[in-house]
Structures are given as structure tokens and as C-alpha cells.
Design a protein around this ligand. Structure first.
Ligand code: PGA
Length: 249
């Protein structure tokens, strides 16, 4: 699964018409054969996006899901519901879900298990806060976040996992990790995966970088030998910017 991936997290943006217009623009671009492109619109526009992207190189992910398969969970959406409309990927663990909606490692671990049971691909996000980085605890934090959410998965389960390292201090702030900070952390992530599992698994998992990636800084970030692509927020809302990133490898 290790390949070049660029995923756009649209967050709570774009109504029906805006979704249509953005997808039409994205569809007008030629995408390099070796890059996987994913977009994550809001729940309300997933079905429309699936229809509009049929037969293209762009696939669709949900931004979230509930760990339960069904039941009395007002306002929630299950993996089975997503699968039933053709959504086969889901973002889990985004820092906004962790901080604004109090999603703990335990909740995230349950979501990961549920997504795997439903045979969904997971784009799993994690990252340290500014204070952690300032006090030099970033590696310890990342180790803890991954150990408590993903390291109880089987080797086979990892075939469905894409990692997205997103330092919280770089998300939506205009501040990015430097290319060397990103590369350093990605190499560390491979090392701890190799220690827990093996080199083969560690070398084959795709690790995306996220946090204020834009056309002007993406080339340097993607040069990192352990950086397999990006999870893009703000810049994914503009087709030209997003496609500049897709073409930046
Ligand atoms: P950003 O968001 O690119 O706007 O910083 C990234 C993300 O939240 O995934």
C-alpha cells in the first residue's frame, strides 16, 4: 500500500453546489498515474461525490465514523452506512475530533477496530501539540498515540492503514513543520513500527504529512524519503492549489 497519496480533508466546508463545482474542476485535471488522490467531503455530500467521481482516479473518504454498527446514537454514522453508498475509506483521529469532540485513544481504538471489521481503509491522524514540541516530548507523545490506538492491530490489519502525521501546531495555522522536522518524525514512526512489528511492515505503510501544506512549501516536504504524501486541509478547497500539490512529487 505504500505509495504516493494526496488526500483532501474538506472539513465542514462546501454546500451541494460548491461540492459539485469543486469536483468538476478536479475532474478536469490529469492526475499522474502513480499518485492516489482522495477527497473527504462532509457526510451530506459523500453520495454525490461518489457518483461524480465514478471512473476517475479520485476516491472518496468520510471524515469520521462511529465505532458502533447501529443503534441509538443520534446524529452518528456507522461504517456499514458508509460502505453501503460506496465509501471505502475513513479519516480517524483528526486533531479536531480529538480536541473539540473529546475523542480519546480508547474511542479511536474502537473506531479503528470497527473500520477494519468493515474492511475500510483508515487514514489515521495523530500529532503532538506545540507545548509537547517545545518541551522536546514530541517523540514520546507520538509513540504513545500510536501504541494506544494502532499497536494492538494485527499485521494483516495494517494493510488497511495509512498514517497521517499532523503536528497540531501546524494545522490551519499557516505554520508548517520544516521538511527536516517532518522527515525526522516520519523516520521515527517507521522505527517504532518496525520495533513493534517488523521492517517489512514499517517500510510498506504510507505516512502522509499534514499541517498547512500548500503549493509553495509542498515540494520540499515531499522530498523527505519517508514522506509518502500529504493530508491537505485549507489548500484542498481550491482545485488549482490541490492539484499543484498532487503534482508536486
Ligand atoms: P491544513 O489542515 O492543511 O488546513 O493545515 C490539515 C488537516 O487538518 O488535515
Amino acid at each position: 500500500m505504500k505509495n504516493k497519496i494526496v488526500a483532501g480533508n474538506w472539513k465542514m466546508n462546501n454546500d451541494k453546489e460548491q461540492t459539485k463545482s469543486l469536483l468538476n474542476k478536479l475532474n478536469s485535471y490529469k492526475i499522474p498515474d502513480d499518485v492516489r488522490v482522495i477527497v473527504a467531503p462532509s457526510y451530506t455530500h459523500l453520495d454525490q461525490s461518489i457518483q461524480m467521481l465514478k471512473g476517475t482516479q479520485i476516491s472518496v473518504a468520510a471524515q469520521n465514523m462511529n465505532a458502533a454498527s447501529s443503534g441509538a446514537f443520534t446524529g452518528e454514522v456507522s461504517a456499514a452506512m458508509l460502505k453501503s453508498i460506496g465509501v471505502n475509506s475513513v479519516i480517524i483521529g483528526h486533531s479536531e475530533r480529538r480536541s473539540l469532540y473529546h475523542e480519546s485513544d480508547e474511542i479511536l481504538n474502537n473506531k479503528v477496530k470497527s473500520a477494519i471489521e468493515s474492511d475500510m481503509e483508515i487514514i489515521f491522524c495523530f500529532g503532538e501539540e506545540l507545548d509537547d514540541r517545545k518541551s522536546g516530548r514530541q517523540f514520546e507523545i507520538i509513540n504513545k498515540q500510536l501504541s494506544s490506538t494502532l499497536f494492538n492491530m494485527s499485521e494483516l490489519d495494517w494493510k488497511k492503514i495509512v498514517l497521517a502525521y499532523e503536528p497540531v501546531w501546524a494545522i490551519g495555522t499557516g505554520e508548517t513543520a520544516s521538511p527536516s522536522q517532518a522527515q525526522e518524525m516520519h523516520a521515527y514512526i517507521r522505527k517504532i513500527i518496525s520495533n513493534r512489528y517488523n521492517d517489512n511492515l514499517a517500510n510498506n505503510v504510507s505516512i502522509l504529512y499534514g499541517g498547512s501544506v500548500k503549493p509553495s512549501n509542498v515540494k520540499e516536504i515531499f522530498k523527505g524519503s519517508d514522506v509518502n504524501g500529504g493530508l491537505i486541509g485549507g489548500a484542498s478547497l481550491n482545485a488549482d492549489d490541490f492539484m499543484a500539490i498532487v503534482n508536486a512529487f
